[in-house]
Design a protein around this ligand. Structure first.
Ligand code: FES
Length: 166
C-alpha cells in the first residue's frame, strides 16, 4: 500500500470527528431516557414479595376462603389489588389454591354444590375440582386449580405468586 492510500482528507477527518462526537452526545441523551422508560419493567421481578394472609391456627383440613390485599406497581401505576385463596392444612403442610377456574376463569367455591359438598364447584359450566384442587375428569376444566407459593413463619401464613399446575 502506498502512503497515499492512508491519507485522510480534511473533509474525512471532520466527518469522522463529528460522527464520533455526535454519537457520543446522542448516547448521552438516549441512555437516561431508555433507562427511565424501562425502569418499571426492570424492577418488576423485585415485587414478588409474600403477603401475610392468616394464622396457621385458623386453618383446618377443609379449604377456607381468605381475602387479602397488597400494593401492586404495574409499570408507573400503583394500585391496591385484592385476591382470594382457599387455604387448608394437611399433615402440617399448608396449601393455598386460587379460586379461578382453569376452564374459562370463573370463580369456584368450595362446598356450594349440595350434591358435591366436598368439592370445588364452578357454576359457569358445572366444572368441579377435588378438595386438593385436582380437576374432576369428565367436567370442563382440563387442569387443576393454580396454587400460591406459601411461606409459614411465626405462625403466620404468607402467600406469594400463583403457579400453574399441569
Ligand atoms: S369456567 Fe369454570 S367450568 Fe367453565
Amino acid at each position: 500500500m502506498s502512503e497515499k492510500d492512508h491519507k485522510v482528507s480534511r473533509r474525512q477527518f471532520l466527518t469522522y470527528t463529528l460522527t464520533g462526537v455526535g454519537g457520543f452526545m446522542a448516547a448521552g441523551m438516549i441512555m437516561p431516557m431508555a433507562r427511565f422508560a424501562l425502569d418499571p419493567a426492570l424492577k418488576a421481578g423485585a415485587d414478588s414479595d409474600y403477603v401475610p394472609v392468616c394464622f396457621v391456627e385458623e386453618l383446618t383440613e377443609e379449604p377456607q376462603k381468605f381475602q387479602f390485599s397488597f400494593e401492586q406497581t404495574d409499570a408507573w401505576y400503583e394500585s391496591e389489588v385484592t385476591r382470594e385463596a382457599y387455604i387448608y392444612i394437611r399433615e402440617n403442610t399448608v396449601t393455598a389454591l386460587s379460586p379461578t377456574c382453569t376452564h374459562l376463569g370463573c370463580t369456584v367455591s368450595f362446598g356450594s354444590n349440595d350434591e358435591h359438598p366436598e368439592r370445588f364447584y364452578c357454576p359457569c359450566h358445572f366444572g368441579m375440582f377435588e378438595k386438593d384442587g385436582i380437576n374432576v375428569p369428565g367436567t370442563p376444566p382440563q387442569r387443576p386449580l393454580d396454587v400460591y407459593d406459601v411461606l409459614v413463619e411465626d405462625g403466620k401464613v404468607y402467600l406469594g405468586q400463583i403457579n400453574q399446575r399441569t
